[in-house]
Structures are given as structure tokens and as C-alpha cells.
Design a protein around this ligand. Structure first.
Ligand code: MN
Length: 309
């Protein structure tokens, strides 16, 4: 896609104190990542052919809204896929939580649609109410149960959220429940641990991501999930599959099928992108912002002190 000068990035972050009051339980990504990063509102946007984002869980304090908004305001693409669990209907039913920032995110998506990006919303399990509206358009956003995306290099990718494979992977219901509680506890522990690390001036460390990598059962679950989804794509004669749901970004080959997972915006702040030549890449936005903020902070520290004459 050619550069679109009319599509200018909007101004940067809200101040961190405001964010605190909006997110009483605190985000899982450290607050300093959400500090105001003065960005040139006329900076060129990152150009992609396709962008996949999922598991943003809008309507919950877990959503890293500032980083997500920053990402959406930094990109331009021909096609944007919202791959499910975008709005967390389950949590909203339990209690209404909808800060201004979540409105800004919705507006930012609609703005991309207005400026020519094709926006496709594939509902997940947390926004399954939208599955009743499949085939309809809302403000330029198409709702589809799943889709086939053809890459620039001609590969056919099946795009779906991926919750339908849970039952295949998790055969016992009690196991799913135990998993849910253990997971919630893990996220809280992660929060406290990082508050301590922040106080000690250490960078953010994700316990959830670490445990998922280390704990045998979690590894088995993720690995088995990836395999099951890839096999389903092979059955459909697709060259690959793009999904979300398990909050673990990945690009992995299973025989002739490539499994892509775009990650999430609760734990990791990742997206999947297709470049204009068909090359696929996982974008770690938290990491990118961290690298932007770090040199600025160091520069600030190293500023020469005025010596009285
Ligand atoms: Mn899900």
C-alpha cells in the first residue's frame, strides 16, 4: 500500500497518573511503559500488508490499553484482522469497566477502516455474542466466523480465534477450572513480583510467559494446541493458520502447514504482521516501546549538571 499522508499518527500517551486511576487493578505490563512518550504526531506509520491482533480483552483492567492504542496509531495496513476476544463480554457482564482509553481504541480501529483498511472481526469465546452478527458490517468492520487470507506470495491462511480446539485439547472440565484459578493466581503473583522489580529498578519479567515455557503441563497444552490447530488447517487444505486464544505468539511449522499465533495484549502485547512481500513477523510492541524509552531515560540521567562559576 502506498503511503497515505492523510492518515497521520495521533498524539502520544496520556499521563501515567490518569492511567493508574483508570486501571485500579493495575496492568500486567509495568507502568513506566505506559508513561507519556512524546511522539511526533506526523511521524510516518509502519506500513504492513496485513495485521492480526487478538485477545485485547477490552472491558477489563488487564488490557494494556495505552500500548495497544500506541500500536494502532503507529500502523497502516491494507487489511486488519481482529482475531477474537477483542471485547471481553464475559467480564463486562460481571461488572461494567470501560475507561475512555478503550473508547479511543475502538475509535482508532474505525479510523483505520475509514481510511481504507479492510477490517475483519472474527469473534472469539469472550466476545461470542458477536457470532450472532456474522455477515454484518458495523462502521466499516465486517464480522466473519472465520476467513481465508491469501498472502502476497500466494499462500492460503485459515484465520480463526481458536477456542473451538480447547475441547480437543482439554478433555476434562475440572481440569479447565483448575487451570483458570491457577492462571488467575499466577497473574496476580506476577503483578506483585513486578512491582518489587520496578521498585528495584529492574525491567519487567513475565511470570506467566515464563511458566508457560517452563511448566511441563503448560508446555504440553500449548504444544498440543498448536498441533491440533495446524492439523485442522491441513484438513482444510490451507497452507497455514492464524489464531489467537492461548496468549502465546508463535510461528511454527508442522509439516507443510505453518501455525501462526498473534499473541495477546494482556500479557505480552504482540501482533502478527505480513509485510508487502508476504514475509510474516511477530511484533513485540512492549519490547519496541521499552527500547524507545530506555535510551531516553538514560539520556535524561546523563544530562550535565550546571557547575556554579
Ligand atoms: Mn479466547
Amino acid at each position: 500500500m502506498a503511503s497515505r499522508p492523510e492518515l497521520k499518527a495521533e498524539a502520544g500517551f496520556a499521563d501515567a497518573s490518569k492511567l493508574r486511576s483508570l486501571q485500579p487493578l493495575g496492568p500486567l505490563v509495568p507502568s513506566w511503559l505506559n508513561e507519556r512518550v512524546p511522539k511526533d504526531p506526523h511521524r510516518p506509520r509502519l506500513q504492513y500488508r496485513t495485521v492480526w491482533v487478538s485477545d485485547t480483552h477490552l472491558g477489563t483492567p488487564g488490557c494494556n490499553a495505552e500500548l495497544l492504542l500506541d500500536f494502532l496509531r503507529s500502523i497502516a495496513c491494507d487489511k486488519l484482522y481482529l482475531v477474537g476476544d477483542i471485547i471481553d463480554g464475559w467480564q463486562l457482564k460481571k461488572g461494567w469497566y470501560w475507561p475512555q482509553r478503550h473508547n479511543d481504541i475502538v475509535r482508532s480501529v474505525l479510523k483505520l477502516a475509514k481510511h481504507g483498511s479492510r477490517v475483519i472481526y472474527v469473534p472469539g469465546n469472550h466476545d461470542d455474542v458477536l457470532r450472532d452478527f456474522v455477515g454484518l458490517h458495523f462502521g466499516g468492520v465486517e464480522i466473519l466466523p472465520e476467513d481465508i487470507h491469501v498472502t502476497a506470495d500466494g499462500r492460503r491462511l485459515l484465520v480463526l480465534h481458536g477456542d473451538m480446539f480447547d475441547s480437543v485439547v482439554l478433555y476434562a472440565r475440572w481440569l479447565a477450572h483448575l487451570g483458570d484459578h491457577a492462571y488467575t493466581l499466577m497473574l496476580r503473583t506476577n503483578d506483585i513480583y513486578n512491582a518489587v522489580r520496578r521498585w528495584m529498578g529492574l525491567p519487567y519479567w513475565s511470570l506467566a510467559a515464563h511458566l508457560k515455557k517452563k511448566v511441563k503441563n503448560a508446555v504440553q497444552f500449548i504444544s498440543r494446541y498448536e498441533e491440533v490447530v495446524a492439523r485442522a488447517a491441513a484438513d482444510r487444505h490451507a497452507d497455514g493458520v492464524v489464531c489467537g486464544h492461548i496468549h502465546t505468539a508463535e510461528i511454527r511449522n508442522f509439516g507443510n502447514v505453518t501455525y501462526y499465533n498473534d499473541g495477546d495484549w494482556v500479557e505480552s502485547c504482540t501482533a502478527l504482521v505480513e509485510h508487502h512481500d508476504g514475509r510474516m513477523e511477530i511484533i513485540d510492541w512492549a519490547e519496541r516501546v521499552r527500547n524507545e524509552v530506555r535510551p531516553r531515560r538514560e539520556k535524561k540521567k546523563r544530562q550535565p549538571v550546571a557547575v556554579p562559576a
